[in-house]
Ligand binder design. Structure first.
Ligand code: IPM
Ligand code: MN
Length: 345
């Protein structure tokens, strides 16, 4: 059909390396004309100009169909500067209220778990992480910094509106899956105010989805289950911070952070959604051509599914599955993995 108008933000560290492989595979599977615009954002730009995300760039990004992002963050930049003013600002400004993080164990993938014992039926779940609220809003402050009386707050913001739209999206996803199970992960025994809001929201929205089975797990217990019985999960809905933490663990048990893809999704399509590997910029291996591009490639599959190219998305997923099944311990370069998957796709 028409052109896919893509914004590409390679970002920091291994970001540009893995994004290049994602684009290689994209080219291999799509018949649509892909127009790419690269945006130079991240540590380099901050050092050169002091800019993180100029308003004019943000406005330009709004004009694209989707954004593909590599990774943001560098040890040479004070912690939080790029994270908050670039990555989180994009998520907030573009209203990416669903941070979608699939956790799927592909055959042949190695896991630190004793899979035969703890996940005999495999692992295949998806985390719907709320993306615009929680402790990520920057609502907090510090007093008397550097004194023995120092005080710092980091307030978790939870609105009914925000929880409800995440919960409704998660229910819809659960309904479309075989097991139709939705687990709310929170900590309502301690975080009583927000916990109550989330629980009630799940209960009330759940009435619209009578065939979805719901349950609840405290976040600390969820980490135990992720290590001892991950097959129990189908769709998890949770707040921004719990979602951040458990999706790293979910990645670790399904083959590692090199495979974990994510979508920062604006389901209302009032702005472009943004797709990125869950991993960071990995400065220790940047420039060596050894980063695993699989997470970025799977993020391209999520991107294609979002823009309605389901066939192309499925072709990428099967190509990745095929590659993983035969991967073994072979040491391949970033480009070799990208080539292999592109050839299969
Ligand atoms: C992630 C990252 C980000 C987050 C950081 C870099 C702001 O850890 O995408 O999971 O906490 O969301
Ligand atoms: Mn994270």
């Amino acid at each position: 059909s028409e052109t896919l108008n893509l914004a590409v933000i390679g970002g920091d560290g291994i970001g540009p390396e893995v994004v290049a492989e994602g684009l290689k595979v994209l080219d291999a599977v799509t018949d649509t004309k892909v127009e790419r615009t690269e945006y130079d954002l991240g540590a380099r730009r901050w050092h050169a100009t002091g800019e993180t995300l100029p308003d004019s760039v943000l406005e330009e990004l709004r004009g694209h169909d989707a954004i593909l992002l590599g990774a943001i963050g560098d040890p040479s930049v004070p912690s939080g500067v790029l994270e908050r003013n670039l990555l989180l600002r994009l998520r907030f400004e573009l209203d990416h209220y669903i941070n979608l993080r699939p956790a799927k164990l592909y055959p042949g993938t190695s896991s630190p778990l004793d899979l035969a014992r703890v996940a005999p039926d495999g692992i295949d779940f998806v985390v719907v992480r709320e993306g615009t609220e929680g402790p990520y809003t920057g609502n907090g402050g510090a007093l008397r910094v550097g004194t023995p009386q120092e005080l710092a707050t980091e307030v978790s913001v939870n609105t009914r509106f925000g929880a409800e739209r995440a919960v409704r999206d998660a229910f819809a996803r659960a309904q479309a899956r075989d097991r139709k199970k939705l687990t709310l992960v929170h900590k309502h025994n301690v975080l009583t105010h927000a916990g109550h809001l989330w629980r009630r929201t799940v209960e009330e929205v759940g009435a619209e989805f009578p065939d979805v089975h719901t349950d609840y797990t405290h976040v600390d217990a969820a980490t135990i289950y992720l290590a001892t019985d991950p097959g129990r999960f189908d769709v998890i809905v949770t707040d921004n911070l719990f979602g951040d933490i458990i999706t790293d663990l979910a990645a670790a048990v399904t083959g590692g952070i090199g495979l974990a893809a994510s979508g920062n999704i604006n389901p209302d399509r009032t702005a472009p959604s943004m797709f990125e590997p869950v991993h960071g910029s990995a400065p220790d291996i940047a420039g060596k051509g050894i980063a695993d591009p699989t997470a970025a490639i799977l993020s391209v599959a999520l991107l294609l599914a979002h823009v309605g190219q389901d066939d192309a998305a499925r072709r990428i997923e099967s190509a990745v599955a095929g590659d993983l099944a035969e991967r073994g311990d072979a040491q391949r370069s970033t480009a070799e993995i990208g080539d292999a998957i592109a050839t299969r796709a």
